[in-house]
Design a protein around this ligand. Structure first.
Ligand code: GLY
Length: 369
């Protein structure tokens, strides 16, 4: 029997997160949402389609009014309004109406983009998330943030749209390439750092099993992250306050992602951004020096970068300011009071940000260390 977690929106139960080791229970879950009387369109990318597209399509075929599948090329560079337009056109051609349903099968790009189509097509239709990467399972598939990048700026256009179901087949984690898996781990670290010191300790204790992708340990890890995310998004669904804590590492992280032209993975940039935020927290005497180095070095066994070459600190600062995490002209920086306790700070100065960027800038000394 699959485990589940119910997520509320505006204080009412809204959708379940189902944790399974296969796709076996997917149809029963969809049927419970009335999928048998509707048209279903899987939206996925070329990489995920090769792995799971047909398997998921077969589970649906013959069970509902009509099944369809829209596949777009994999990669962050396709998280655009042009791809959204392609999905709209396909849905119109296939006769999808407001009672039908979209199935987002894939990682963060697929989930965010499909959710945005679901939020806007015919002023909103239902959608289900089937996250297939660690990053999307522990973070992006939960909480209803949807959107696309615009002009290279991350998630500049979007909407809040709650899914009807988040179905996780945790066995997919075993097929992820290492870089993708560890990129997702950066969001796991983030969850622990902002809210749960005991979980942070658990991650240290289970470091070997996580790297070896022990199925039971990964299941517990994903469930604990989802539990943290559930509490945060239930309290503040539209990021008026505490939800911003989930952006730890993202302000400088997004700037690096853009400056490096998306050559680094999102989680790799989040790791760099988190090191920078922890550095600022140390310099502001919130964290001790030992805590700063401990946080920084925790990324290393998970193959995540703690320094980066080929960046211009001034350019990263400029891009940081054009990220959307601003409040009345001030950057809403997420800092750490201690491991497991984050807060929003709007007083971080340009000098402090520049010093933090220089701290994570790869230098020849690092090369010879
Ligand atoms: N990924 C951050 C959030 O859902 O708010």
């Amino acid at each position: 029997m699959a485990q589940r977690l119910s997520v509320s929106y505006q204080k009412k139960p809204c959708y379940d997160i189902v944790f399974s080791q296969s796709f076996a229970e997917l149809w029963e879950e969809l049927k419970g949402l009335g999928a048998d009387g509707r048209r279903l369109c899987i939206v996925t990318d070329s990489r995920v389609d090769e792995l799971y597209g047909d398997a998921v399509l077969k589970l649906l075929e013959g069970n509902c009014l009509k099944t369809a599948k829209y596949v777009f090329p994999a990669g962050e560079e396709h998280k655009t309004l042009d791809t959204v337009k392609g999905v709209y056109t396909y849905l119109i051609e296939e006769g999808f109406d407001r009672k039908d349903m979209l199935i987002a099968l894939g990682g963060g790009v697929v989930g965010d983009l499909t959710g945005y189509v679901a939020a806007t097509y015919l002023r909103g239709i239902d959608f289900v998330q089937i996250p297939t990467t660690l990053l999307s399972q522990v973070d992006s598939s939960i909480g209803g943030k949807t959107g696309v990048d615009f002009d290279g700026y991350k998630n500049m256009v979007g909407a809040f749209k709650m899914p009807r179901l988040v179905y996780m087949n945790l066995s997919v984690l075993s097929t992820l390439e290492d870089r993708q898996f560890f990129s997702g781990f950066a969001e796991v670290m983030k969850s622990a750092l902002i809210k749960d010191a005991a979980f942070y300790e658990w991650l240290i204790e289970n470091m070997y099993e996580i790297c070896e992708r022990d199925a039971a340990v990964l299941e517990e890890m994903v469930r604990r992250c989802c539990g943290i995310k559930k509490l945060v998004v239930e309290k503040d669904p539209t990021e008026q306050g505490d939800r911003a804590l989930l952006n730890l590492g993202h302000t400088i992280g997004h700037a690096i992602e853009k400056a490096k032209n998306f050559e680094l993975y999102h989680g790799e940039c989040v790791a760099l951004g988190t090191v920078a935020a922890a550095y600022i927290s140390w310099k502001k005497e919130l964290l001790s020096m030992e805590e700063y180095y401990e946080i920084r070095d925790m990324f290393v066994p998970f193959y995540l970068p703690i320094s980066v070459d080929g960046i211009e600190p001034e350019e990263i600062l400029r891009l940081t300011k054009s990220d959307k995490k601003m409040s009345a002209g001030n950057i809403r920086f997420i800092l750490l009071k201690k491991i497991g306790k984050a807060f929003i700070d709007t007083t971080v100065t340009d000098e402090e940000i520049l010093a933090a960027i220089k701290e994570i800038q790869f230098s020849d000394e690092d090369a010879h260390a």
